[in-house]
Design a binder for this molecule. Structure first.
Ligand code: NIG
Ligand code: FE
Length: 447
């Protein structure tokens, strides 16, 4: 045992309560039959009242060996049983909160350039969609990303990761989608892969060639101005096979919305991706209600993101398919849009996760505690629900609910020590960094 954190004021284990039905089948009530095993039913995300159960232990203790958590419980109960060796580091966390590291399960981390000019335009009233229609937005970042070398993309992403780590993020999902041509999409994904060895945060890759239609497929001579079929073919016949073969991504995402990819195009791309072993994700109904939540349900997407305007039928299909709703309130704040109907989703029993959506245009936030604050202020989540959404449910949204997102025996030791007396301070005093120590894979990497 090389690290023991003891006398923890509030230890948020996020472990399922012994009374909850498995993953937390909506209601916390006595379990009529024994749980299959603590690990057996994980991975779908918590929903309903189970999202409010943070599995809090007062005067808690966590013991870590190598990269794993080996004991979790009350200090009084576990301390006498543990071996304190000369090399064991012991931290007292009285009056502090210990919790799982944040999982930022939706970002666009690797990109060239910046778009402060657009921020200034939006401040004076021009909308995000007006800027995009004039060739700005995603397409302007595509130009910069194509021109940027791998070295420059890596250098800039490393700075972002450094800041994310200081705010307590220990795992991040990172999408391509600023290349929109095979070689530049691959360049972004290779940078993602390289980032893993260079700093403590784990970077999980998503291929998102269907983020926009590139300039080469736009022409006045084509009906509608875009060769949609041609680009979808390039994605399905060239990009997905190459990405899958080189094992450059675990997920495939499509921006299915007004002015971008249609539900039919999204289904084609996501079904092709599934056939190549990439799990489907979808940017759904962010700008308008186009039937993208329905697509999420139909293709059994792991997660559907944004969801500002999902239809009732779409949400029902998502619920049936076990799709997690990844909500991104920082984007609504930045581009002055509505907020997703989060309470409705929680009432329907859809697991909700939170992420920053960090990108150069619609949201530059890198700070998960701030997102938790926004979720409480604008999505109507309680502090406990928001913490579950930013840790365990976020881990499930990238299919890592069995490894990270909670403090349980056998899980990877990704932990935060927060200098606050209780977890409610995280949203209550948002904007202030209370992260005192970050432990990643059992190693103290901050503090
Ligand atoms: O998630 N919604 C689509 N894509 C990004 C925006 C990317 C950009 O503006 O560069 C998002 O918000
Ligand atoms: Fe996004």
């Amino acid at each position: 045992m090389h690290l023991i954190i003891q006398h923890i004021g509030q230890l948020l284990t996020l472990a399922p309560s012994p009374n909850a039905l498995g993953e937390g089948r909506g209601e916390v009530k006595p379990n009529p039959r024994p749980l299959p095993s603590r690990e057996g039913v994980k991975g779908l995300g918590r929903f309903g009242p189970a999202m409010s159960d943070l599995g809090i232990i007062e005067d808690g203790l966590v013991a870590i060996e190598d990269d794993k958590i080996v004991a979790v419980g009350k200090t009084s109960e576990f301390k006498p049983k543990l071996k304190f060796l000369p090399h064991t580091k012991v931290i007292d966390a009285r009056n502090q909160v210990v919790m799982p590291g944040f999982v930022d399960c939706h970002t666009h981390l690797v990109y060239g350039g910046s778009r402060e000019d657009e921020f200034e335009m939006r401040a004076s009233g021009v909308t995000y969609q007006e800027i995009a229609a004039k060739g700005g937005g995603i397409r302007s970042t595509v130009k910069a990303t194509r021109l940027a070398s791998r070295e420059v993309l890596k250098r800039d992403a490393l700075k972002r990761l450094d800041r994310m780590l200081l705010w307590g993020t220990t795992t991040v999902e990172s999408k391509s989608g600023y290349g929109l041509e095979t070689k530049s999409e691959i360049k972004q994904l290779e940078v993602n892969r390289n980032l893993n060895g260079l700093q403590p945060i784990e970077v999980v890759s998503t291929f998102m060639g269907a983020h926009e239609f590139p300039e080469e497929y736009r022409s006045q001579n084509i009906e509608g101005g875009i060769d949609r079929e041609g680009y979808v073919r390039l994605i399905c016949e060239e990009m997905i096979p190459r990405v899958a073969e080189a094992k450059l991504a675990e997920f495939c995402d499509v921006f299915c919305d007004q002015g971008v990819f249609t539900p039919e195009e999204a289904i084609k791309i996501l079904e092709t991706a599934s056939n190549y072993g990439l799990y489907p994700k979808i940017h759904a109904d962010e700008l308008a209600s186009v039937g993208a939540a329905e697509v999420a349900g139909k293709v059994k997407a792991v997660s559907a993101e944004h969801l500002l305007y999902p239809s009732q039928a779409g949400l029902a299909l998502m619920k049936q398919a076990g799709t997690i709703a990844v909500l991104l309130p920082g984007t609504s704040l930045t581009i002055k849009k509505n907020y997703a109907p989060a309470r409705k989703m929680i009432e329907m029993g859809i697991p909700v996760a939170l992420a920053t959506d960090h990108n150069p245009g619609s949201c530059t936030i890198e700070n998960m505690p701030f997102i938790i604050g926004l979720a409480c202020l604008y999505l109507g989540l309680t502090p406990a629900e928001a913490i579950c959404a930013a840790t365990y449910n976020a881990a499930c949204a990238i299919k890592r609910g069995d490894k990270i997102g909670s403090v349980e025996e056998g899980k990877q030791a990704d932990l935060l020590i927060m200098d606050i007396p209780n977890y409610r301070y995280i949203p209550y005093h948002y904007g202030v960094n209370y992260v005192k120590t970050v432990v990643k894979k059992g190693r103290i990497v901050v503090g």
